[in-house]
Design a protein around this ligand. Structure first.
Ligand SMILES: [Zn+2]
Length: 302
């Protein structure tokens, strides 16, 4: 069965002035339901991370500051959101959704969250609208319980997964692969296990050729038993921040390529949304919806 994480919190706990790009979190399931790609039974309401789950990845000090709303101003500014207890409830739910998707992926092959991909979260601080690192927490929870021995993170958001790279810099059990814009945020990059930097205006053909060359090679050399896929759609030409030049079709082919390899090598794949900042919200929602449509089709789930 296709299991999809959705919580109204994904959108509604976001401070008003940041609401626009977050509306997609409601629009994605709405569109998929309306067109009949999914049924209400496909959606599940994620739970919330516990304190001990947060502490698998984040420092006690950082968590204490968040809980008490005493984060130093500089650190709060780096996150970019106005901090509040409501926001942390949201972030805890987003990260737990990713973990639950990983568990469902083990059962059904693929599972997707309508949110997630907070890859700028470091162990001791947050950046770029990311408080907790959902991919890192999920990886730690899977490893700690023996549910996975080797994870491959495929981060195709246009921004480097700097937090994830830093967290797993000395941990071979999680291989971090990030393909991103060379001249984009974060301007001081961390070192992933494999970074592929793309020039501005990279288009479909070049992008897909690079990905198609590297992904099977990684699957063979890393030998993962679990894939975490950050399917950011800020790679689109229409994106205001992305600087790349993928078409909707190219973005769709990217997702097909990843899902096809996951299926061929029988690797469970949990998918999170990441960024998308096209002027027209419809472009963002359509590209994200394609990820769900293709997953459903390739894995042949009801
Ligand atoms: Zn991004």
């Amino acid at each position: 069965m296709l299991k999809i994480a959705y919580s109204p919190l994904f959108n509604h706990a976001v401070p008003e002035k940041h609401r626009f790009p977050m509306q997609k979190y409601d629009e994605i399931p709405k569109r998929l339901l309306a067109e009949g790609t999914i049924r209400p039974e496909n959606l599940f309401l994620p739970k919330k991370l516990s304190e001990s789950q947060i502490l698998t990845t984040h420092t006690a000090d950082y968590w204490q500051h968040l809980k008490d709303l005493t984060l130093p101003k500089k650190d709060a500014r780096a996150i970019g959101f106005e901090l509040s207890h409501a926001l942390f409830e949201r972030e805890r739910t987003i990260a737990h959704a990713t973990y639950e998707c990983a568990l469902f992926a083990k059962q059904f092959g693929v599972s997707l969250s309508t949110s997630g991909g907070t890859h700028h979260g470091f162990a001791d601080h947050g950046e770029g609208f990311c408080v907790f690192n959902d991919l890192a927490i999920t990886s730690h929870l899977l490893l700690n319980q023996g549910l996975s021995q080797q994870i491959l993170i495929i981060d195709l958001d246009v921004h480097q997964g700097n937090g994830t790279a830093h967290i797993f810099a000395n941990d071979k059990r999680v291989f971090t692969f990030s393909m991103h814009g060379a001249k984009n945020f974060p301007f001081r990059k961390q070192q992933s296990d494999l970074d592929i930097e793309l020039a501005d205006d990279t288009g479909d053909d070049e992008y897909l050729t690079i990905l198609d060359k590297n992904l099977p090679m990684l699957i063979k050399t890393v030998a993962p038993d679990m894939l975490l896929f950050l399917a950011g759609v800020d790679v689109l030409a229409s994106d205001k921040l992305g600087k790349l030049a993928l078409t909707q079709q190219g973005c769709k082919q990217r997702d097909s390529l990843v899902f096809n390899y996951a299926k061929r090598y029988q690797l469970p794949i949990a998918v999170v949304m990441g960024g998308g900042y096209s002027e027209n919200l419809d472009d963002v929602v359509e590209a994200h919806c394609n990820t769900f449509r293709i997953a459903k089709q390739i894995f042949n789930l009801d």
